[in-house]
Design a protein around this ligand. Structure first.
Ligand code: OAD
Length: 242
């Protein structure tokens, strides 16, 4: 851990009035949530890319729901870790802050973050394929697959799957936050899934100072202003302290 580099990043963040954060699965790894492309990313030998698609759901909704039930149960037992908590506390000190997350686990909200854009949706919401009704659903004992209490249609998790578009308003908000930020912090993402991966370039082109925190180098690493290699749960409390 290079303390001089952490100090340089800390000063940038402490001075900034507009900060954007892009988070990915690595932020929740220390809470016990498996990342997608790391160890534990497979479920019963299925890759996420083979389950998280509209085609997979049409083919076998029960299989896809079994995977979501497993994830919902696992995550319901997880707590926010020091990385989530440091971000929530930091938010209270910055005039303009926006946390764009690819995570669907809800742990940023659980930590107390307020200005969060869940651009890949939420595991804790469902949407009806029949009538389109959508809402929060936290019960863990839903049938496999569950059906809509309003119209009897098939319910799906309200998350974005491969091949689907992101919500335009959320994406617009994420783009604006990146463009307007003075400092952008990119934490725990492999930076390979678009369009989220492009937000770093958007921020850089607009003149932001970009800090990356990751266990390992990513495709972004050579292009950011400061790359800190290590665990988010250790680095963020240092980086974001007042
Ligand atoms: P990935 O699983 O692709 O990447 C997780 C990243 O976190 C990797 O770069 C790890 O090196 C890093 N990492 C792991 N543990 C860490 C720790 N303790 N501290 C810091 N970094 C750590 O997850 P995402 O980049 O979030 O999309 O994946 C993006 C999207 O792909 C997901 O939102 C999901 C997935 O398919 C959809 O479901 C639409």
């Amino acid at each position: 851990m290079d303390l001089a580099e952490i100090q340089a990043g800390r000063q940038r963040l402490a001075r900034a009035r507009r900060v954007a954060v892009l988070s990915g699965a690595g932020v929740s790894a220390e809470s016990g949530v498996p990342t997608f492309r790391g160890p534990g990313g497979l479920w019963e030998n299925h890759r996420p890319e083979d389950l998280a698609t509209p085609q997979a759901f049409r083919r076998d909704p029960a299989l896809v729901w079994r995977w979501y039930h497993w994830r919902r149960r696992l995550i319901s037992a997880c707590q926010p870790n020091p990385a989530h908590l440091a971000l929530a506390q930091f938010e209270a000190r910055v005039p303009e802050f926006c946390l764009v997350t690819q995570n669907v686990d809800g742990l940023h909200h659980a930590a107390g973050s307020r200005r969060v854009l869940e651009i890949h949706g939420s595991l804790w919401r469902v949407r009806c394929l029949g009538c389109g009704a959508a809402g929060e659903e936290r019960r863990l004992d839903l049938p496999t697959p569950p059906s809509c209490p309003e119209c009897g249609g098939l319910l799906r998790p309200d998350v974005v799957w491969f091949g689907e578009s992101l919500d335009e308003n959320l994406l617009g908000g994420a783009w604006r936050a990146a463009e307007e930020s003075q400092v952008m912090l990119v934490v725990g993402t492999s930076a390979v899934v678009q369009p989220a991966a492009s937000l770093t370039q958007v921020a850089r082109r607009a003149g932001a100072y970009v800090i990356e925190v990751n266990l390992d180098p990513t495709p972004n690493t050579g292009q950011v202003d400061l790359s800190l290699l290590g665990r988010a749960g250790e680095l963020l409390p240092l980086l974001l302290q007042p």
